[in-house]
Write a new protein. Structure first.
Length: 278
């Protein structure tokens, strides 16, 4: 065996070894995958499942019925699976589910779901969640999102794929933030945020689409132009939501190659129960 082969052998062995700091407390009923590490003074409860290669920092508590996927980086002083701050919660075995390859920075807190909704708070894959972010009960986060420091999300909030929420933002319960939307720092969101749209301020208002983000994600110039047309229909023509949906559908039928990108907007509008930020 040459030196490269020896190095590979030991790297695999190290990855497959679970590392629990001597001061950490891991309940014997907890299920830890291969290569999981648990930092100093952290506590892992009995109903917790942690996937291969996930790292838990120091002074972090993972409790409740919490399932964490593979390859996550979970920082220091974090609470996962905490009891919901909902007076109607009566100890039901609700869940927190976290996907794969997420980064969670210091002092985040994510709570369990409640039976008032689907009983689960969920985070998808490949999300970058910065320090002090709070996700209340029943929030649902998609994939590839960025939630900046101190963003606060009340119960039942939905954050779709590739959305970005700036630091110090506050999001009212039941608000939905559409795919590829970008929320400026310090924003207060009381209504839904349509896909692709940039929002900012308090009270919040729309000021264009996230063109640069769409370019980075491979959208063509033609697709972006079609999305801009949909944006103008919704935000510049003083139409009702129903009228805007009809107008977007007509525009999509006239531009079939880019229709699917436009219909992301109209389909979101169909489910916007709180109205949209304009």
């Amino acid at each position: 065996m040459n030196m490269d082969e020896i190095g590979y052998f030991y790297s695999i062995k190290i990855f497959m070894t679970t590392h629990i700091h001597a001061t950490a407390i891991v309940d014997p009923k907890a299920q830890l995958g291969e290569g999981v590490s648990v930092g100093a003074y952290s506590i892992i409860g009995p109903d917790v499942v942690i996937g291969n290669g996930t790292e838990i920092g120091s002074h972090t508590v993972v409790e409740g019925h919490t399932t964490i996927g593979v390859g996550n980086h979970i920082g220091h002083h974090i609470l996962l699976g905490g009891v919901p701050q909902d007076k109607k919660y009566a100890g039901e075995p609700t869940r927190l589910v976290i996907g794969d390859r997420n980064t969670l920075r210091e002092f985040c807190s994510f709570h369990l779901g409640t039976t008032q909704d689907e009983g689960v708070t969920s985070i998808g894959n490949d999300n970058w969640i910065m320090g002090y972010v709070h996700l209340a009960h029943d929030c649902r986060v998609g994939n590839h999102t960025i939630l900046a420091s101190n963003a606060q999300f009340a119960g039942h909030v939905q954050i779709q794929d590739w959305a970005i929420v700036g630091g110090m933002s506050g999001v009212h319960q039941f608000v939905k933030i559409g795919a590829h939307a970008m929320v400026g720092g310090g924003s207060i969101l009381l209504k839904d945020v349509a896909p692709y749209v940039m929002i900012g301020g308090s009270p919040s208002a729309a000021f264009g689409i996230n063109s640069e983000g769409l370019k980075r994600r491979g959208y063509t110039a033609e697709q972006i132009a079609a999305i801009k047309r949909a944006y103008k229909i919704v935000f510049r023509q003083d139409l009702t939501i129903d009228q805007a949906i009809e107008a977007i559908e007509a525009a999509a039928q006239a531009d079939e190659p880019n229709a699917s990108a436009m219909r992301v907007m109209s389909e979101f509008l169909r489910t916007a129960e709180r109205g949209i930020t304009r």
